[in-house]
Design a protein around this ligand. Structure first.
Ligand SMILES: NC(=O)c1ccc[n+]([C@@H]2O[C@H](COP(=O)([O-])OP(=O)(O)OC[C@H]3O[C@@H](n4cnc5c(N)ncnc54)[C@H](OP(=O)(O)O)[C@@H]3O)[C@@H](O)[C@H]2O)c1
Length: 261
């Protein structure tokens, strides 16, 4: 049933670890073939091998930086002969925190390409095929940081706000074509990337979600759209949307301080 709507192939942009890994394992269990994209070859190939050994689905891998100019051509190179019925745009975290003016323009534009340009390109490319076939799904991973300008990661939070708008509008436009679009908004989640960033995972005010639980929720809400706030954060999201903007930004600044000092 799941594979009929979202198969026969899914592409996970950022599919080697954390939430991307959990999506890959869950989709394999549903009998959906996988194209996994990430920059580091070793964890990517290790996950692909693990899935091939434990299931009968096909797995393709693409070692590719999603922010690079040749990205779409490379993605087309591994998907031209298959129907991608589910796009999951998962890659997106910051690699460090910095005041806007203290970061390099190179890193700033990299975050724009990661959070805005690449999901737009991939949603446009794969959405076209899905609309033509009259079935499919697109999941864009967002962040609570997309609900207010987040000091220390301003461009990241702007990208996540954009991602939410993209998900909402696409949800409406593709609904008549039986293509389900979901903006999946994450709060703090226990991923290897967050461990590398050194975020506190033991703060009682920010209890991290687990990647498998995030993916369970995504599967439950994929057909509903347009937005699902993971881990019971619906109220928090609404709160940030209704309080004065200065207070919302101050809330983000305090959260950042609590998490990374
Ligand atoms: N973890 C959290 O607390 C949290 C909170 C809110 C929202 N989110 C969102 O959840 C998503 C997943 O986050 P995450 O913590 O797992 O970290 P992440 O750094 O986004 O990593 C997730 C995956 O994306 C790949 N990736 C990252 N940058 C890439 C690039 N430029 N090109 C290709 N692949 C890339 C990573 O592999 P490689 O490094 O090998 O490329 C990995 O497979 C992100 O969109 C993030 O914004 C996370």
């Amino acid at each position: 049933m799941f594979a009929k709507q979202y198969g026969p192939w899914a592409l996970i942009a950022g599919g080697s670890e954390g939430v991307g890994e959990s999506f890959a394992l869950k989709l394999a269990a549903e009998g959906v073939n996988l194209v996994l994209v990430a920059r580091k070859a070793e964890p990517l190939e290790a996950l692909a091998d693990r899935i091939r050994e434990s299931s009968s689905i096909q797995v393709r891998t693409l070692v590719q930086d999603l922010t690079a100019p040749e990205m779409l051509d490379r993605v087309k190179g591994v998907t031209a002969d298959i129907d991608v019925g589910l796009l999951i745009y998962n890659a997106g975290s910051v690699s460090h925190f910095s005041a806007f003016l203290d970061d390099t323009m190179e890193e700033t534009m990299r975050m724009v390409r990661l959070g805005v340009v690449a999901p737009t390109i991939l949603a446009h490319h794969f959405g076209e095929g899905m609309r033509g076939r009259g079935r499919g799904g697109i999941i864009l991973i967002g962040s609570m940081a997309g609900y207010a300008g987040a000091p220390g990661e301003i461009v990241y939070s702007g990208g996540k706000a954009f991602s939410r708008m993209l998900a909402e509008g696409l949800w409406y436009e593709l609904k008549p074509h039986n293509v389900h679009v979901l903006g999946l908004i994450l709060g703090l989640t226990r991923t290897p990337a967050m461990a590398r960033l050194g975020l506190a995972m033991n703060n009682p005010d920010f209890v991290p979600d687990e990647p498998d639980a995030v993916v369970e929720e995504a599967f439950v809400h994929l057909a509903d759209g347009p937005i699902w706030n993971v881990g019971g954060k619906e109220e928090g999201a609404r709160y940030l949307g209704t309080i004065p903007r200065a207070d919302a930004v101050a809330f983000m600044a305090k959260g950042a301080k609590d998490l990374h000092g």
